[in-house]
Design a protein around this ligand. Structure first.
Ligand code: PLP
Length: 403
């Protein structure tokens, strides 16, 4: 059949491919590249977690699990949520184990919105919320966040954008791509706008363990917010378990039951090997995770110092494993910068506009890479910026670099 396109769902056809993936097709074609691109730990999953999976296979754990996930894993998740955030969830009805947080994002949005509802999404943000909302026939509305406010969502911005059609607010903190966090007081500032406008919050907290200035606060733990919030979290980032594909959602039983309805027909259950590994991670994984976070924190400092030396302004990100420097001094747009940096110096970063138009003028560098690679990449970037500098660093740029 020659015209296959006419058979394709136009709603899907209209969605652009992920700006991250598009760029990485270029990267794989280039030899000797140092990648600060993909948002993935460079650590292998800790040994004891892999070992738990081996033993479970030996014992014959190769079957489907309950749709909601293994009861023992849901109990471990409930215990983790209680000891870490003071949040109580019933493992029987209020926790769903998913195929990564990716699936949880899809299920939460599809379970909560219908045609014409508005989904409010801070920008720049992780790339999936917008297309998933689109596929759910909702209308996504971007909420602008800016570098001078460390990419926090403000009450003013939320209040200005919310309408009678608004149904969902996505809160993706600690943030990919900026590394920005929301402190308790920043979250508290949003609460009455959320409640007054009867919004439900989908809080993607996949980077919650990767914070470098105090503990992460979940908006679900603020007064009046528990039942209005679906907390999404998972194992990919904190435990270096991207390939195991395990995430989870915690929330009101009615929302979880609705998410599970889609999940049971589309996924059936998350893979049992990953669930066994996740259980081990929650039971005994804290020391290894702490060590990885310490390493990330050291690399974060090296990265920030290196960017300051190069003269690229960057606020100090306090979460996740990304820095999001401005490339304004080069006068290039972010795609041009990323493409030329790859061609001329073989360093891969992600153009900021892959995360929405307000990411223009920035690049995302992931520092979940070896120190040697970070240092070499910084040297190459330094040469590149020196060659292409169109503006002398202003005193405000220099000050921002020191923050
Ligand atoms: N949410 C955010 C903010 C992410 O950055 C990512 C992956 O980069 C995901 C969700 C997807 O995670 P998972 O591997 O659990 O599907």
């Amino acid at each position: 059949m020659s015209n296959m396109k006419k058979y394709l769902n136009p709603r899907v056809a209209a969605i652009p491919p992920s700006g991250i993936r598009k760029f990485f097709d270029l990267v794989v074609q280039t030899q000797g590249v140092i990648s600060l691109g993909v948002g993935e730990p460079d650590f292998v999953t800790p040994w004891h977690i892999r070992e738990a999976c081996f033993y479970s296979l030996e014992k014959g754990y190769t079957m489907y699990t309950s749709n909601l996930g293994m009861p023992e894993l849901r109990q471990e998740i409930a215990a983790y949520m209680l000891r870490t955030y003071g949040l109580e969830y019933d493992p029987e009805t209020e926790i769903l184990v998913t195929v990564g947080v990716s699936e949880a994002v899809d299920l939460a949005i599809r379970s909560l919105v219908s045609v014409g509802d508005e989904v409010l999404i801070p920008e720049p943000s992780y790339v999936s919320y917008l297309p998933v909302s689109d596929l759910a026939y909702a209308k996504s509305v971007s909420l602008t966040t800016t570098a001078d406010n460390e990419f926090r969502l403000t009450r003013e911005e939320l209040a200005a954008r919310v309408t009678s059609q608004s149904k969902l607010l996505v809160l993706p903190y600690p943030n990919n791509p900026t590394g920005g966090i929301m402190r308790r007081e920043d979250l508290a500032d949003l609460v009455d706008v959320i409640i007054d406008n009867d919004l439900i919050v989908v809080s993607d907290e996949i980077y919650s363990e990767l914070t470098y200035a105090g503990e992460h606060v979940s908006i679900a733990s603020l007064p009046g917010m528990r039942d209005r919030t679906v907390v999404l979290n998972g194992f990919s980032k904190a435990f270096a378990m991207t390939g195991w594909r395990i995430g989870y959602a915690c929330g009101h039983a009615d929302i979880i039951a609705t998410m599970n309805k889609i999940h049971q027909y589309t996924m059936l259950c998350a893979p049992i090997m990953g669930q066994v590994a996740a259980m081990e991670a929650l039971r005994h994984g804290k020391p290894a995770m702490r060590k990885m976070v310490e390493d990330y924190n050291y690399r974060r400092r090296v990265m920030l110092q290196g960017l300051a030396d190069i003269g690229l302004a960057c606020f100090e990100p306090r979460g996740a494993f990304y820095v999001f420097p401005s490339i304004q001094v080069t006068g290039m747009n972010s795609e041009e910068f990323a493409e030329k940096l790859l061609q001329e110096e073989k360093v891969a970063v992600v153009p900021g506009n892959a995360f929405g138009p307000s990411g223009e003028g920035f690049i995302r560098c992931c520092y979940a890479a070896s120190l040697d690679n970070i240092e070499e990449a910084l040297q190459r970037m330094g040469r590149f910026v020196e060659r292409h500098r169109s503006q002398k660093p202003s005193s405000s740029t220099a000050a921002a670099c020191r923050n």
